[in-house]
Structures are given as C-alpha cells and as structure tokens.
Design a protein around this ligand. Structure first.
Ligand code: AMP
Length: 377
C-alpha cells in the first residue's frame, strides 16, 4: 500500500481529547482533517477542517466521511463495528472493525490476550444469574465484577467478597454480561504504548508507571520504576498481542505488576492512551504523530525519551471557578495541555500537564508540588 502523504485527508471517529490531539498532529504535519461527532462543541470538532455533526451510526454522515477521507481512525473503542465496516468500503480504516470488537468486550479481550501468550487474572464469564455459582466457585473472594462492555475509568465494576455481594452487584449492573475477576495484590501498574504499521514495523514508547485515583489515571511516571527485564517482558507481551490481532495503529496495553515479579495483562486500548500523553513533550515523536504515521503507512517515528517526565491529569473537580494556573505555570519545566471543554464536571478529564526535569525524582517532586498547589486529590 502506498503511503498517504501530507495533503491527504485523515478522519477520526469521535471528537474527544484523543481525537483533538490526533487532529492537531495531523494538521501540523500538513494533512486535512475530518471529525465525526454529534457534539457541536466536541474538543476535536472545534479544531478540524471539517466537523460532521452526526451520530457514529448515521449512514449519510459515514458515507460523506468515507468520500472525504483517504484514511480514518478512531479515538475510542466503542465505535460500532458496522460504522468502521461501512467506512472501510470507501477508504483505509485502522484499527479494523475486527480489532475494535475484541477491545469492546472484556471476555474476548482477555481470551485473545491469553491466546497470544499474556498472563491474565483468573476470570469467569457471567451471562445470566445461572452462571453466578460456577463463577464464584472458580474465582472466590476477593473478586471484582466488571461489565464486559462499556466499562472505563473504573466504571462498571464492583469489589465483591461473598456470593451474596456478587448477586447484589450483578443485579446492580442490570444483569448485563459480566466477568468475575480475581482481585490481585498489585505492586504497581504499567502500560506499554506501541505503534505498528501495515508493513509490520513496530515502535515502542518507553514503559509508563501509572497511578490511579478513584479508578481514573492520576499520574504517569516515565521511566517506570521497574527492572529492565520486566519492561522487556511487558513489551514482548504487547507486541505478541498486536501481531496476533494484526493490529495497525497506536495501541496501549495496561499491565499489573505483582509482588512476585509477574506481569499480568489487564486491558488494551486500540488507540493512543492517557498514559501516553507524556510523549507530547518528552519523546522525539509523540503518540499522535505516531498515529498519523501508522495510519498513513509511513515509517514510524523515533520514540526515544528525551527527558524524565511525570504526567498529571487535570479533572473538572478543581474548577472553582478556575484552577490557579499561575501556581502551575511558574515552573519552567511544566507543559500544560487543555482540551477546550467548556463545562467542567467532577471526574471529567479537562487536560493534563507534563513535568520535565533533569532527573525522575525532580520531575516527581514538581508533579506532586504542583498537584497539591492546584488542589488535586
Ligand atoms: P480496569 O477498568 O479493568 O482498567 O480497572 C480499573 C482499575 O481497577 C485498574 O487500573 C486497577 O487499579 C484496578 N483493578 C482492575 N482489575 C483488577 C484486579 N483483577 N485486581 C486488582 N485490581 C484491579
């Protein structure tokens, strides 16, 4: 397949912050951009050359998008497979509808991850109440009940310590298909963001160490504070999965690190990832430029880490009515990214910032000080 060069038109299904940063990267590199999102104020739509304000399943809008674009990607995994299939009749699409289907369902995701050599937490499928006993007998306490679909940032999951709690949690989730997962003693969490193009070139960004608060990513520390052989194993698992799925694009894989040194696959994201936002300022090529390169069939960019970095997420909780940006921006090593969302709500991702410093310790100190000064946490 010949590479798509600047001047070509790239589309993204979804208009959130990930779409916005893709649009920015594409425009900087000289591409035209199209966003499909029903929200007239969507962060990506505001910056695109063309914003198609329609639902992701709107056949007319999809036809228009397919006609305008040379290639289309997505910024979230829950795009209906049928939409990507429809687009694929008119232009290049990556990732494929088949890969999205895997990422949309925790059961498929964990099953495929195991097939391709990843260790996972023990899990059992629950489709109806009739499956509860067998699942409980297999997994036991402590466990996490997770909806198979549409869970993110810790939503759609509940900790259960008894069969009665499991029953109640399953009812609370509306008896939708779920997974019961063994609750593991996590030492830390890490993620691998990689890119693969159609020629099977693969590039890894440095492994990030991720800390969550209330189920939402709070900090990413890079380089991750793990031994190099552990980072190698995480990269190996991630690339096996990417190749096994014939994945094209940028992909993130989240892993748990256990006290005994095991690394356990948690989930994959078929797109750039919040834990890769540090690359916007700290690697030679960032994850969104890389998404453009992978989508366009270009050689992948240099993922070298240029500086130790800590990324801090900014949620809507601290808008009272505006965060005190001066306490943040007085630090010369801080790079602020805001997503252009007009309305701040608790738990809503409004932006992030990257703290760059000469040493990992110094970057973490700036991150923690500025976080406290902004009133985060
Ligand atoms: P998830 O939505 O699956 O990414 O889960 C959100 C967060 O819950 C993870 O980042 C972990 O901190 C925690 N978590 C998820 N699954 C497990 C598990 N099996 N054992 C322990 N903690 C977990």
């Amino acid at each position: 397949m010949s590479p798509l060069l600047p001047g070509a038109t790239l589309g993204v299904v979804g208009g959130g912050q990930l779409g916005r940063m893709f649009v920015l990267a594409a425009r900087i590199m000289g591409y035209q951009t199209v966003v499909l999102d029903p929200d007239p104020a969507s962060p990506a739509g505001l910056l695109a050359d063309t914003h198609l304000k329609a639902d992701y399943q709107d056949a007319v809008a999809l036809l228009r998008m397919g006609g305008l674009c040379d290639a289309v990607t997505t910024e979230f995994e829950n795009v209906p497979a049928a939409a990507m299939e429809m687009l694929a009749k008119h232009c290049r699409v990556a990732p494929s509808a088949a890969v999205l289907a895997v990422a949309q369902d925790r059961l498929l995701e964990k099953t495929r991850a195991r097939e391709f050599g990843c260790d996972t937490a023990p899990f059992a499928n629950i489709e109806t109440e009739a499956d509860l006993d067998a699942a409980w007998n297999l997994i036991g306490a402590p466990a996490l009940l997770k909806t198979r679909r549409l869970g993110y940032d810790g939503k759609g999951q509940a900790r259960v310590n008894s069969r009665a709690e499991l029953l109640a949690a399953f009812a609370g989730m509306g008896r939708v298909p779920c997974l019961l997962e063994g609750f593991l003693p996590l030492e830390r969490e890490v993620s691998v963001v990689l890119a693969r193009n159609a020629a099977d070139d693969v590039a890894f960004f440095p492994v990030a160490e991720n800390q969550h608060r209330n189920g939402i990513l709070d900090l990413s520390i890079v380089p991750a504070r793990v031994p190099e052989d552990l980072a190698d194993r995480a990269r190996d698992m991630a690339v096996h999965l990417a190749r096994g799925l014939d994945y094209v694009g940028v992909m993130a894989v989240e892993f748990f690190v256990l006290a005994d040194g095991r690394i356990v696959f948690n989930e994959m994201a078929p797109r750039p990832h919040n834990s890769g936002h540090y690359t916007l300022d700290a690697t030679a090529c960032d994850q969104f430029q890389q998404q453009v390169r992978a989508l366009c069939g270009l050689p992948l960019g240099d993922t070298r880490l240029l500086s130790p970095v800590v990324m801090v997420n900014i949620l809507g909780d601290i808008w009272q009515p505006q965060p005190r940006w001066e306490t943040l921006l007085k630090h010369p090593g801080v790079h602020l990214h805001l997503y252009g969302k007009a309305e701040a709500r608790a738990g809503r991702k409004m932006g992030h910032y990257n703290c760059l410093a000469a040493t990992p310790e110094a970057a973490l100190t700036v991150a923690l000080e500025t976080r406290a000064a902004l009133g985060i946490g």
